[in-house]
Ligand binder design. Structure first.
Ligand code: MG
Length: 218
């Protein structure tokens, strides 16, 4: 059982499934040569892939091109199915900063063959998460800065208002396709600037007023 760490709270919430959104920033879709989608592009990660800030990312030996993707992560604390926009907003309990680590070489091979992205996205330690900030403690304005540094050098730097689909729009859309439950996490997509990391690299990610995480690739 993995539980969500929540800032200034002793509440323990068991984490459920992890739903991820792809291509939610136009500049990132462009840098990988992808179209901007009409609907959120979604895929899953298993909860076994999740590690908290301070733990190491273990580089799989079957890839030579692991990429960092810094993302806003939503924590749900309600069951929602076919939610309205307001119900979707109400189901979001809090926010964190996360890393959706991706094996880009494997993903490109899978994409070419039309196969699912599972091996590129679901490996152990591929989902890094900071402690959660409850919405009751901080209400997201939308223009917060989202940043990723590798060995002290800035690689990704954008703002949350560049997202194509907002958090509530994402929850509404996903809930129209599958039930979302309390403890589920949603990784909402990465801005431009994704790139390769190698063993020994130290990563720091943060979203202004929301949270910060640190990790190392080993
Ligand atoms: Mg991603």
């Amino acid at each position: 059982m993995k539980t969500a760490k929540i800032k200034n709270s002793t509440r323990e919430l068991e984490m459920g499934k992890i739903v991820c959104v792809g291509r939610n920033y136009a500049e990132h879709a462009k840098e990988l040569g992808n179209e901007v989608p009409e609907f959120p592009l979604i895929f899953l990660k298993p909860v076994s892939a999740l590690i908290s800030s301070g733990k190491n990312i273990i580089h799989p030996d079957f890839s030579d091109d692991m990429h960092h993707e810094v993302e806003l992560v939503l924590l749900l604390d309600k069951t929602v199915k076919n939610a309205s926009l307001q119900e979707a907003e109400d189901a979001i309990a809090g926010y964190a900063v996360g890393l959706d680590m991706t094996l880009r070489d494997i993903q490109n091979e899978l994409k070419k063959k039309g196969h699912p992205w599972t091996i590129a996205k679901c490996f152990d330690t591929s989902a890094v998460i900071s402690p959660f900030m409850l919405k009751s403690e901080y209400k997201l304005k939308g223009n917060e800065r989202i940043v990723l540094e590798v060995n002290g050098e800035e690689r990704q730097n954008s703002t949350l208002d560049k997202m194509i689909f907002s958090p509530a729009e994402i929850v509404k859309y996903i809930s129209s396709k599958l039930t979302l439950e309390s403890g589920d996490l949603i990784y909402t997509g990465t801005p431009e600037g994704v790139g390769k990391v190698v063993k020994g690299d130290k990563l720091k990610a943060y979203i202004e007023n929301v949270g910060e995480l640190t990790t190392q690739v080993v």
